[in-house]
Write a protein that binds this ligand. Structure first.
Ligand code: SF4
Length: 348
């Protein structure tokens, strides 16, 4: 059996090994402190561990198994990282710094099975789920590369996180734990196109987490064209799950709406959206669409975005317009996966 990755483990996961080599249980916390707080990349750095124990540790574990292929820095400060996984597949994540907030936009799958036609990841097809350590390691490596403490996470990278629920929630435990990243759950956002059963499960198990539902359309006909999974989980089902989530958590849900020219940005859709959302504890985040290679979708003009926002606002629907980050390096919403293709000659 190969070496296990320490990145992604918590003290309890290390206890069987520690018992096996006859060490004291407190060593487990020392190890995770080196990994997550000091971002150690070698066993030699772990100076407070006896040398023989370090050797035992190195015989069983390794520290990180993703290789940084490229990083690109945007003019607006966002940085996109491309990592190679142990099976040579690649995954992207993006660091978005904003004052003291260091946000990493994480991927949960390699590619995405949902196949939204405006999204580079969706257009690239699906390869596999990431495991929990591959999810954790993205944030860990970004922290290491930048020597910054990561304190905010959004699952808006490659993949649909709720289709990889088990690995996602195991990674969340590491992000949340004081022995891991120690990030407050209220600083973590899961963005989903909507799997009703998983939305409710998330509300039960992680009631403090922020939920963002990517709706993009106010009716099923239009949404079927934009988010193919809508055929399985149409809008009324999703909203019922969202209502239940709000009831359980008492927390406002963000509803994401990417705007595309003459597809979903017309005034009548804004009014339809108002009827759909009125009375719900929801905040709408309008996302000006981003240009994506191989997609025929054209981003809405600034004027259209403003008009759409104004109609919602005048009708008392709380709304913000997301400031797009990293567009010049194809790191904005819906653009991930492009680098991988270019860097590796489209070999995926
Ligand atoms: S928008 Fe999200 S759900 Fe749709 S294809 Fe892209 S990554 Fe998948």
């Amino acid at each position: 059996m190969g070496h296990k990755n320490l990145v992604g483990l918590l003290p309890a996961d290390l206890l069987p090994f520690i018992r096996k080599v006859g060490e004291s249980p407190y060593r487990a916390e020392q190890i995770t402190r080196w990994i997550y707080q000091h971002q150690a990349s070698s066993f030699e750095e772990m100076k407070n561990l006896p040398i023989a124990f370090r050797e035992n540790l190195a015989g069983e574990y390794l520290i990180g198994q993703e290789r940084l292929l490229t990083q690109q820095r945007s003019q607006d400060g966002a940085t996109k990282y491309l990592f190679e996984l142990k099976d040579r597949k690649a995954v992207e994540c993006v660091l978005i710094p904003h004052r003291k907030r260091m946000t990493v936009c994480l991927s949960s799958q390699v590619g995405c099975p949902v196949g939204c036609p405006f999204c580079a990841t969706g257009l690239s097809g699906f390869q596999r789920n990431l495991d929990f350590s591959e999810i954790v390691e993205q944030a860990w490596r970004v922290g290491q590369e930048t020597s910054q403490k990561i304190n905010n996470l959004v699952f808006m990278g490659m993949g649909e996180p709720l289709l990889n629920y088990e690995q996602l929630t195991r990674a969340l435990k590491v992000f949340q734990s004081p022995h891991g990243f120690g990030i407050g759950v209220r600083h973590i956002t899961i963005s989903t196109v909507g799997i009703p059963e998983k939305i409710i499960q998330l509300a039960n198990e992680w009631p403090q987490i922020n939920l963002a539902l990517s709706l993009h359309a106010p009716n099923n006909d239009l949404r079927n064209r934009l988010v193919p999974l809508n055929q399985a989980f149409p809008i009324p089902l999703l909203l019922r799950a969202v209502d239940e989530s709000i009831k359980k958590t008492g927390r406002r849900v963000t509803l994401e709406y990417a705007l595309w020219k003459d597809i979903n940005d017309q005034r009548e859709y804004a009014y339809e959206l108002i009827s759909l959302l009125r009375g719900r504890l929801i905040h709408v985040n309008l996302i000006p669409g981003n240009p994506v290679l191989r997609s025929s979708f054209i981003p809405s003009s600034g004027q259209r975005v403003m008009t759409f926002a104004r109609i919602l606002e005048e009708n008392k629907i709380p709304v913000t317009i997301r400031q797009s980050r990293g567009q010049d390096i194809e790191a904005a919403c819906g653009e991930l996966y492009a680098t991988q293709k270019k860097e590796r000659g489209g070999s995926q």
